[in-house]
Ligand binder design. Structure first.
Ligand code: EPU
Length: 337
């Protein structure tokens, strides 16, 4: 059923814990609800914003338009071969519930992406990634409804134009479509991705390597290294790791030989934003109610009742420090509204 409400507090809809309001707030539960909502567009809605689990967004002011928060549920096995199983999942399912379902059913591919907050619908938008895996490698297709004509449109993985923390849904189609379902291709004969140093080390403590122990190890690492939003408001990595071309990478390595970086694609190198921030003495730093997390400075945390603008100002200061010290621009990964 479609629910449409007015003047809704966003507090429980964003992991930063920002207490602002949305003028209009709709919760569609099916694709048909999404179409019905869009067909009955109202002039007072002005702008529209699609909000998933609220784990990658920072509100800096009340939202005067319509927020659409899909709660489309369901996980359905749609195809099976000797090697793979395809599952079609509603965009409103919790991401980690889905990963847990896969691992419990011995379906592989997503175990490295365990314990990431947010909903399934957001996973292709920013091509979530962690511990040597990216969701793009398991996505078969993404089903959407286009805002301009209320029509359904399906995107193949190729059409999604996936890149590091990026996709067509974050660029050309930003705020132009609503993701209703994602179909994932999971493995039955697994290929473990265990080369990420932290993961390799953690797995040493387990008797065997399986998708189940990988999930356990990742949850253990994330619990040790990252703050739980329920205890300390945050939206995970606030910045992206900068990607440099070979000339830029060699130049910076000459001045800073210990900079952590690795080849991520042909002639391109990803360097650690956490390291850059730490070198500028912003690790664990706090100004008023805002700070960087003591164990991972890429994560900005809300220590109490910080406002969105205070958080943005804090982030700008980090960006200025990194720019001054290294000449590198840190791009934000969180969606600032
Ligand atoms: N590092 C430091 N100081 C620190 C922490 C890290 O110098 O305090 C350096 C170290 O050299 C370390 C390297 O940074 O080896 C990488 O650190 P980490 O493994 O914590 O990963 P990250 O590159 O900082 C990315 C993702 C995280 C993801 C981890 C694990 C981005 C923007 N972030 O962080 O994603 O969990 O890898 O794979 O790519 C998120 O998106 O919200 C998120 C948490």
């Amino acid at each position: 059923m479609l629910s449409l409400r007015e003047n809704i507090s966003l507090l429980s809809y964003n992991t930063f814990g920002i207490a602002l309001y949305a003028k209009w707030f709709a919760i569609p539960e099916t694709t048909e609800d999404v179409i019905e909502l869009l067909r009955n567009d109202r002039p007072e809605w002005k702008s529209k914003f699609v909000l998933g689990g609220g784990s990658n967004v920072l509100f800096t002011r009340n939202y005067e338009g319509l927020i659409i928060h899909p709660e489309i549920k369901g996980m359905e096995k749609v195809k099976k071969t000797k090697d793979n199983v395809w599952i079609r999942v509603g965009s409103g399912e919790n991401w980690d519930d889905f990963v847990c379902y896969c691992v419990s059913n011995d379906l592989g591919g997503l175990e490295n992406l365990s314990h990431i907050p947010g909903n399934v619908g957001a996973s292709p938008v920013q091509n979530i990634g962690a511990y040597g895996a990216e969701v793009k490698d398991c996505i078969e297709k993404v089903e959407t409804v286009m805002l301009k004509n209320c029509r359904k449109k399906v995107f193949s993985a190729r059409e999604c134009k996936f890149d590091y923390r990026n996709s067509i849904f974050k660029k050309e189609l930003k705020n132009r479509c609503i993701i209703t379902h994602v179909t994932f291709r999971l493995t039955r004969n697994h290929e473990f991705k265990t080369r990420y140093p932290d993961l390799e080390k953690e797995l040493d403590g387990y008797p065997e390597t399986s998708i189940q122990t990988i999930r356990e190890a990742i949850i253990a690492i994330r619990k040790k290294k990252l703050p739980e939003p329920a205890q300390l408001g945050n939206a995970g990595s606030f910045f992206k790791n900068p990607v440099l071309n070979i000339q830029q990478f060699n130049t910076i390595r000459q001045s800073f030989p210990s900079i952590p970086g690795y080849k991520c694609e042909e002639q391109r190198f990803k360097i650690s934003a956490a390291w850059l921030i730490e070198q500028c003495h912003w690790k664990g730093k706090r100004i008023g109610n805002v700070g960087t997390y003591k164990k991972q400075p890429l994560v900005i945390v809300n220590h109490g009742s910080a406002s969105g603008t205070e958080i943005v100002e804090f982030a700008r200061r980090i960006q200025r420090a990194v720019k001054t010290h290294f000449g590198i621009t840190l791009e934000t990964e969180v969606n600032i509204l």
